[in-house]
Design a binder for this molecule. Structure first.
Ligand code: NAD
Ligand code: UGA
Length: 472
């Protein structure tokens, strides 16, 4: 089947950039991205490209070339579904907050709603593509939902998980290591897979398009994220050992990574991994393992999360200990709120947990991030405390201790400590020794990303903490 009309449900960090790239590479296909969040659709349609809801290097350039030509952002979900031959589901799949599997299993309610919506309005056959990250065997559930709500048209469900990383999404989409498409072995299943292969073939070399059965495709996505996160927890656990032994985690990372069987990527220490996916996907894997009675497997993967929590806590405790165990009333500057550079996303950012701990110990926090909005920062903190079961009045009291600054200079002025949480390029360019030197109270600098250039550090002046390195 030749596809010339696509709809994508979910205009978030995956739906927006992936559809923009499909529209750019396939000018003969009309792509419509829809969302229940009408504010988000307005932002995608904003004339000023600085106001797009997702910040990704290279994204606005693509939007300017495609929007209104063959890429559309719309609130009319029914119309987009009716007109499309292929429908991508790129909705969120967070960890369940209530009910069976609470705290571990993926909340599939958004996917379920999406599937029943597709079924209710469809008048012609559709290929439904799972773009969201889903537990293995979800395609079965989706098929049932589609059939229960509409047995007149034929739905083929295929899996096409997304591997892009935020901050490099466009680059990742242009040059994917692989595109994975899983389908049913039946003829109609194969036809559906081929229809999607034809789209990707427009820019992805054929040998990088991997077709598998649906279950392998669904599980490979969870497994890929788990393996990546496991590397970070491994290196982060070793960063603690380095600090006790005089070894330097950067040297250790370099030495380990030069073994080509291990490889150099994903071995950078940090105050813990963040982002919307690693934690939720590993928790989901833990849940699935337990569901199938594989308790040892579940325990194994759960350790990856535990080390991540340990690392965030460890970093906050180092700051507190370095300030003589008393940070009450002291100003501490947090530089970077995004979970990594080049994104305005702060979901699960280690900055959140570290900040909350410092506030709980009485510090006054001043945050600066070049891309994350003040509103987002406050709502991250509120959400964190709400999840811990804190009352509205307690939360209001704590929120008063936080100030969001417009510039880095305002954030660091008169502070007792500076914690670098995100590896933004601008932070690498500062002359930290000079900054420290020019301040009356010499603030201690805690570099959780090891971005301060060794040469800029003057051992005789001030104190720098670089994660996982011998301390000076
Ligand atoms: P997101 O929260 O940024 O976007 C999801 C969007 O779906 C939201 O705008 C929401 O309003 C919309 N939505 C939810 N239910 C809807 C419905 N019934 N109808 C219409 N719109 C609906 O999430 P995201 O980061 O884009 O992630 C989406 C999925 O992709 C998740 O499963 C995630 O695990 C996976 N994923 C994310 C990334 C990433 O880097 N963020 C990478 C690969 C895979
Ligand atoms: C990750 C995966 O890399 C993507 O392949 C996947 O598609 C995506 O999850 C997803 O499913 O959502 P993302 O979370 O956007 O992408 O970003 P990463 O680059 O993986 O970084 C995740 C976290 O790990 C960040 O906080 C980052 O700072 C941290 N990290 C990464 C380290 O601490 N050290 C490293 O060496 C690499």
């Amino acid at each position: 089947m030749k596809i010339n009309n696509i709809c994508c449900i979910g205009a978030g960090y995956v739906g927006g950039p992936t559809m923009a790239v499909i529209a750019l590479k396939c000018p003969d296909i009309c792509v419509t991205v829809v969302d229940i969040n009408s504010k988000k659709i307005n932002q995608w349609n904003d004339k000023n490209l600085e106001n797009l809801p997702v910040f990704e290097p290279g994204l606005k350039e693509i939007i300017s070339k495609t929007r209104g030509i063959n890429l559309f952002f719309s609130k009319d979900i029914d119309k987009a579904i009716i007109e499309a031959q292929m429908i991508f589901m790129a909705v969120n799949t967070p960890t369940k907050k209530n009910g069976k599997g609470k705290g571990f299993a993926a909340d599939l309610s958004f996917v379920e709603k999406c599937a029943s919506h597709i079924a209710k309005v469809s008048k012609t056959d559709k290929i439904v593509v799972e773009k969201s990250t889903l537990p293995v065997r979800t395609a079965e559930k989706i098929k049932n939902t589609l059939f229960e709500n509409n047995n007149k048209v034929k739905f083929e469900v295929i899996s096409n998980p997304e591997f892009l990383a935020e901050g490099t999404a466009i680059q990742d989409l242009f040059k994917s290591d692989r595109v994975l498409i899983g389908g049913d072995p039946s003829d109609s299943g194969k036809n559906a897979v081929n229809a999607l292969v034809k789209i990707y073939e427009k820019w992805i070399p054929k040998n990088k398009i991997l077709t598998t059965n649906v279950w392998s495709s669904e599980l490979s996505k969870l497994a890929s994220n788990a393996m990546l996160a496991q590397r970070i927890s491994s290196i982060n656990s070793l960063s603690a050992l380095c600090e006790h032994t005089g070894a330097d985690i950067n040297e250790v990372s370099l030495a380990i990574g030069m073994d080509s069987r291990i490889g150099e990527k994903f071995l950078k220490p940090s105050a813990g991994f963040g982002g919307s996916c690693f934690k939720k996907d590993i928790l989901n894997l833990v849940y699935l393992s337990k569901f199938y009675g594989l308790n040892e497997v579940a325990e194994y993967w759960y350790q990856v999360i535990k080390i991540n929590d340990y690392q965030k806590d460890r970093f906050a405790k180092i700051i507190i200990k370095s300030l003589d165990g008393n940070i009450n009333g002291k100003k501490i500057s947090i530089l970077g709120w995004a979970f990594k550079k080049d994104t305005n996303d702060s979901r699960e950012s280690p900055a959140i947990g570290v900040t909350c701990k410092l506030i709980e110990e009485g510090a006054k926090i001043h945050v600066y991030d070049p891309k994350v909005s003040p509103r987002r920062i406050i709502s991250d903190l509120i959400e964190f405390w709400e999840e811990k079961g804190e009352s509205r009045s307690e939360i209001n009291h704590k929120i008063k201790k936080i100030t969001i600054e417009k510039t880095c200079q305002d954030s660091i002025k008169d502070s007792f400590a500076i914690a670098i949480m995100t590896e933004w390029e601008v932070f690498k360019e500062y002359d930290w020794v000079n900054i420290q030197d020019n301040m009356v109270e010499k603030p201690m600098i805690f570099d959780s990303r090891n971005i301060i250039n060794e040469k800029m550090i003057d051992i005789n002046k001030g104190i720098f903490y670089k994660l996982g390195t011998p301390q000076i």
